[in-house]
Design a protein around this ligand. Structure first.
Ligand code: PEP
Length: 249
């Protein structure tokens, strides 16, 4: 039994007052029990305010990135240990924007995943192919490599979430076809089962890439899709909540 998990990746949006206003509205919408795990992933600057507002609620908090080193000369960076201090439960690892814009490779993503697990937090490991890779018939080979390298020396995957996000669908308004998303999620599930045995069965797989209130149900009803990672449509609390409701069925 996998509880669906729907996460809002705000990317580099919202000041602290904007974050507070959003979260107050989200808390109002959430009521007592969303019946779905809901995670908000703000910018680092809004994490303390978000942690204070979300602490008495069932809504979870995530960080968009974190360095695996515990401390050191990494100007501008924030470590897993530092975000753990703030009450963060999830850390995005290897989002395609970090891979592309900040040059993160599979080895670094793997170190982030291991550091996140080491601190008792849950990595949301993002994997997905570019359009060229899909057109070239290499989508699964790419995703398999990303999984293999990021999870190479992970013994216990407890808490791990995989976000399958085809790069060409992120922020473009062009979502994957649901059968293609299901096919990839099923292959990822098979890989996790082989790699982690019965513990692999409990790992949740999200779909991400242009999920909106009007298409969310198509993805969230797929048998191997256990939630969504949402960027653009998560910036408005009412739209994000409509997606959460789609996960409830
Ligand atoms: C994302 O940032 O992970 C994402 C899926 O963005 P969008 O929903 O805007 O495509």
């Amino acid at each position: 039994m996998r509880i669906p998990i729907v996460a809002a990746n705000w990317k580099m949006h919202k000041t602290i007052p904007e974050a507070r206003a959003y979260l107050k509205r989200l808390i109002e919408l959430a009521g007592q029990d969303p019946g779905v795990e809901v995670v908000v992933i703000p910018s680092f600057t809004a994490l303390p305010a978000a942690a204070a507002l979300l602490a008495p609620t069932p809504l979870g908090l995530g960080a968009q990135d974190a360095r695996p080193e515990s401390a050191g000369a990494y100007t501008g960076a924030v470590s897993v240990a530092q975000v753990a201090d703030l009450g963060v439960r999830y850390v995005l690892c290897g989002h395609s924007e970090r891979r592309k814009l900040f040059g993160e490779d599979d080895a670094l993503v793997g170190r982030k995943v291991r550091a996140t697990l080491h601190h008792g937090l849950a990595p949301i490991l993002c994997v997905g192919e570019t359009l060229d890779e899909r057109k070239g018939g290499r989508a699964w080979a790419v995703v398999e490599r990303q999984l293999g390298e990021a999870l190479a020396s992970v013994g216990d995957p407890d808490g791990l979430v995989i976000a399958y996000e085809p790069v060409w669908a992120i922020g473009t308004g062009v979502a994957a076809q649901p059968p293609a998303a299901q096919a990839m999620a099923a292959r990822i599930r098979g890989w996790l089962r082989k790699r982690f045995g019965s513990r692999g069965e409990a790992i949740r797989i999200q779909y991400g890439g242009s999920v909106r209130p009007d298409n969310a149900r198509e993805f969230l009803s797929l048998p191997d899709v256990d939630g969504a990672l949402v960027g653009g449509a998560s910036l408005d609390p009412d739209a994000f909540w409509a997606i959460v409701r789609a996960a409830r069925g």
